[in-house]
Design a protein around this ligand. Structure first.
Ligand code: PEP
Length: 251
């Protein structure tokens, strides 16, 4: 059975002290409650170790938002997956559209990052999604298929089963414009279909596919009620415990 997952992406927000306060507040808010989904928080790199030490990581998984495409060595300023692992983090968000757009992350670079993440036993949360022009031209399925074919569809079936997919239409990220429930469900159902074509029905049924893009406390329940939406990758609404908890509670 695939997992339901609500994953926060703090992006470049929160000082260390603010991040620790947010994480411990979330930890307290979730303590003692039965959750119907896995919860993940994607913090800035420099918060990973402190946040992991301050919370119950059996209840809240910690994610890095990126990693280096090299294992170690003379790459000034970079952070390797083994360093991320040593903090207690269990996930790495990869291929976010902001990294593709602002930091020129190509499919070739992402293939290296996915492979390094899997080699360390961490879970990639692999993002895909189209820009507005692509959606307006009704080419979103072909676009997303190509993004997956250039990257995670090259994994072995065994490795593919270790990843989480997040579909995030770029036009819905941070804009307050959510994909309609139908648009989100249709695209996620399409992604599941092409996973089935590539890896078989059983693996497709077992893959967690998240929706991301202005998902919030108000629209989460409707989105998560859809058969192919296994949770959300949450940006802005993950920065306030009340909002993020309401999204978690939408399951
Ligand atoms: C994101 O960047 O992954 C995201 C979904 O952001 P927001 O929820 O703010 O649209």
């Amino acid at each position: 059975m695939r997992k339901n997952i609500v994953a926060g992406n703090w992006k470049m927000n929160k000082t260390l002290q603010e991040g620790l306060a947010l994480a411990t507040e979330l930890n307290a808010a979730l303590a003692g409650s039965e959750l119907n989904c896995d919860v993940v928080i994607g913090t800035p790199y420099i918060h990973l170790a402190s946040v992991s030490a301050a919370i119950d990581t059996t209840k809240i998984g910690v994610a890095a938002q990126n990693c280096a495409n090299k294992a170690s060595g003379a790459y000034t300023g970079e952070i390797s997956v083994s360093m991320i692992k040593s903090t207690g983090a269990k996930y790495v968000i990869l291929g976010h559209s902001e990294r593709r757009e602002y930091y020129a992350e190509t499919s070739a670079i992402l293939n290296e990052k996915v492979a390094l993440t899997l080699a360390e036993g961490l879970t990639p949360i692999y993002c895909c999604g189209e820009a507005l022009e692509v959606r307006n031209a009704n080419q979103q399925n072909a676009y997303v298929k190509n993004q997956l074919e250039e990257t995670v569809f090259n994994l072995s079936a065994d490795d593919f089963q270790k990843i989480v997919i997040a579909y995030e239409p770029i036009w819905a990220i941070g804009t307050g414009v959510t994909a309609s429930t139908e648009q989100a469900q249709d695209t996620l159902a399409y992604i599941r279909t092409i996973i089935a074509e590539k890896f078989g029905q059983e693996i497709a049924e077992g893959t967690s596919i998240l929706y991301g893009g202005s998902c919030n406390a108000k629209n989460a329940a409707e989105l998560f009620s859809q058969p192919d939406i296994d949770g959300g990758l949450i940006g802005g609404a993950s920065l306030k415990v009340e909002d993020f908890k309401a999204i978690i509670d939408a399951f």
